[in-house]
Design a protein around this ligand. Structure first.
Ligand code: TXA
Ligand code: MG
Length: 345
């Protein structure tokens, strides 16, 4: 299959036509590129799992054009959902709600809940409006890989496996949506993302954290499994206060270089300046004072570093406040267990 690259300016109508025919089209959202299919068509949805190599038990997010479409895909809407929608939609918040009967079980991996969000990106919204259907869309990467934030990233993983990609340039936020389960009490944040825990707490009060068994298959949200968002090279994440972490990075880098291995460092601008290490590949993430800039660049930096095939990539934990919670979550998963905790962290 030849994957067509469509421009946002001229490609919307063709992309919508392909989607209505049951084909797969990748498109930009404000978080990352999604791999879209008609959410109400079980065979189109099955093609998503095949193209990504994604296990069938990992459920998909359904994207809607507007709030009025919500009753099409959910069985009921709790008042809390309307409150959250008013505050954060369109935007990087996914809500887990009771599944409506029109949504095929392939979308929800057999669950009686469904993940829903309204994306805040002009291309995504134009595509949803033109298609006139809810779109199931996971991140447009091969299963387990780093999520794509450009059309080139999508092609690197899925060229020849999908009908088209709509190129809308780099995605503004750069990390995925926050996933909030509204079918448990209190609501549970299953995945930190573009809307922070603090923002959610300010609006709805208590929010439980992290993996919760879900009804149906009885599995935790599979986005929470390790070895997600992972580069090819081994990534090591050190968790400590800054001085200790920088010292660890310096020592480990020297030891690896002495052993003849190639080291890649993923660093904030401030850390890169402080380390001033030679003979290593450094990808800079931006200033530690602007987590939004770091989020925007994180996956591209990780892919760029990975493409140069270092023997290992080293980075450090940046904190858990605001957007940092999502950043540290993704780096922890990318490290897949290679997490070094110093002092009492
Ligand atoms: O920002 C985003 O959320 C992007 C863009 C394209 O919208 N999408 C995305 O999709 O990151 P994906 O498939 O890579 O991640 C969806 C997450 C997974 O962790 C999945 O397990 C969880 O949402 N999820 C989906 N349906 C669920 C459900 N019914 N119950 C619990 N978790 C669910
Ligand atoms: Mg994903």
């Amino acid at each position: 299959m030849q994957t067509q690259v469509l421009t946002a300016a001229t490609g919307i109508a063709l992309a919508a036509q392909l989607l209505r025919q049951g084909q797969l089209v990748a498109f930009p959202t404000e978080t990352v590129y999604g791999l879209g299919a008609d959410a109400l068509c079980a065979t189109a949805v099955a093609a998503i799992f095949a193209a990504k190599g994604r296990p069938a038990e990992d459920p998909l997010i359904v994207h809607l054009a507007e709030l009025a479409d919500l009753p099409q895909v959910v069985a009921s809407v709790p008042p809390l959902a309307y409150q959250l929608a008013a505050a954060f939609w369109p935007g990087p918040l996914t809500l887990i709600l009771p599944r409506g009967p029109a949504v095929p079980l392939a979308v929800t991996a057999g669950r009686d809940t469904v993940a829903v969000r309204i994306p805040d990106h002009p291309v995504a919204r134009a595509l949803l409006a033109a298609t006139g259907r809810p779109l199931a869309a996971p991140s447009a990467n091969r299963f387990g890989h780093t999520s794509p934030t450009t059309a080139a990233h999508v092609l690197a993983d899925l060229d020849g496996r999908i009908a088209a990609v709509l190129d809308g340039g780099p995605t503004p936020i750069g990390v995925e949506s926050s996933v909030l389960d509204l079918t448990t009490h209190p609501p549970a944040l299953l995945r930190p993302g573009g809307v922070s825990l603090e923002q959610l707490q300010a609006l709805i009060g208590t929010v439980a954290l992290g993996p919760r068994p879900t009804s149906g298959a009885g599995l935790v949200a599979p986005g929470l499994i390790e070895r997600h968002y992972a580069p090819t090279s081994s990534l090591w994440l050190v968790v400590s206060q800054r001085d200790g972490a920088l010292e660890w990075l310096r020592t480990r880098t020297q030891a690896e270089l002495v052993a003849g291995r190639r080291v890649g460092l993923l660093l904030t601008d401030e850390d890169a300046a402080a380390l001033a290490t030679r003979n290593v590949d450094i990808e800079r993430l931006g200033s530690c004072h602007t987590p939004a800039q770091i989020a925007h660049q994180l996956y591209a930096a990780l892919r760029a570093l990975d493409a140069r095939r270092p023997d290992l990539i080293l980075t450090r934990h940046l904190g858990s406040d605001g957007l940092n919670r999502a950043l540290s979550d993704r780096l922890t998963r990318a490290a897949a267990g290679r997490v070094v905790r110093l002092d009492d962290h």
